[in-house]
Design a protein around this ligand. Structure first.
Ligand code: ZN
Length: 287
């Protein structure tokens, strides 16, 4: 199944159009995506019996993906993993980490698939990432079976202000990656049953029609299962929590010379089987 947060309500994305889950199920299921994610088995069962009869709303119009909000509007936690691709560590001139390097992106920076990215400094960078969406969650999850805690996956952009990130020593990853709309997730959640191997997905980013990132999740240092298990030893993972699993090589800072985002740039991020994000770069739009 594909589950979107559209107009603030959980909606299934089908070939024939969107289905508002709460309305179509007469209130059996919540309109809140996080709540739904803890009941995915029930939802799948209902959908198997209801899919022939429920009414669809209009089909997805790719020019209107601004209707789609962040896949989870208010996750209780957002985790991100630094330097989690071998080739990306190499381009940054750093050794691959021996322990997962975890930081957060603050929730007020969440945005949906068509959102504008504000150019807040001269060093705003892109990082295309596979995002894990927690379903059942839990604590102390053994490596074997850790993926059972996962509801599904989506495409993410871990937009990064390198200037702010590097302004402190050691670097302040969390704040430098939390300007408004710097945490893009979308276009929807694809449930885990449709992605049998999260370590075999092509991941790509084009900035203004030039391909900068073109890699595979097979290059991750710590697999999705390892990251989920590792986090759960410390924190309880809850339905709707998000994990940004790191960026492959080809970020702007890794270019020679570095290439950062300019107003007017378009950023197109895609992951095999999960969809595409379209974001354009604008002047800061608040204040
Ligand atoms: Zn990142």
């Amino acid at each position: 199944m594909r589950i979107a947060n559209r107009h603030g309500r959980a909606q299934l994305v089908t070939e024939k159009g969107f289905v508002d889950v709460a309305r179509a199920s007469d209130g059996r299921f919540s309109s809140d995506v996080s709540t739904l994610l803890s009941r995915l088995d029930d939802l799948g069962e209902w959908w198997a019996s209801a899919s022939d009869t429920v009414e669809r709303e209009e089909v997805l119009d790719p020019t209107r993906d601004g209707d789609l909000g962040p896949v989870v509007a208010s996750p209780s936690q957002i985790f991100a993993v630094g330097l989690n691709y071998h080739e990306h560590a190499r381009e940054m001139g750093l050794p691959a980490p021996s322990t997962p390097m975890i930081f957060t992106k603050f929730a007020s920076s969440l945005a949906g698939s068509g959102s504008p990215i504000p150019r807040v400094s001269e060093s705003v960078d892109w990082e295309s990432e596979l995002v894990v969406v927690i379903g059942r969650g839990g604590r102390d999850l053994p490596l074997e079976g850790a993926l059972g805690a996962v509801a599904g996956y989506c495409v993410g952009q871990d937009v990064s202000d390198r200037e702010l990130q590097m302004a402190a020593s050691p670097p302040q990853f969390s704040l430098g990656k939390s300007w408004p709309n710097f945490t893009v997730t979308g276009p929807w959640i694809t449930t885990r049953d449709e992605i049998p191997d999260p370590q075999a997905l092509s991941i790509r980013c084009d900035v203004s029609d030039v391909t900068f990132q073109n890699s595979s999740t097979s290059d991750m240092v710590f697999s999705v299962a390892e990251v989920v298990s590792y986090l759960s030893r410390v924190v309880e993972l809850r339905p709707g929590d998000l994990i940004f699993t790191g960026s492959p090589e080809g970020v702007g800072q890794g270019q020679k010379p570095p290439r950062f985002l300019e107003v007017g740039d378009t950023v197109v991020t895609r992951i095999e089987g999960l969809g595409v994000l379209h974001n354009h770069v604008v002047e800061p739009f608040w204040g």
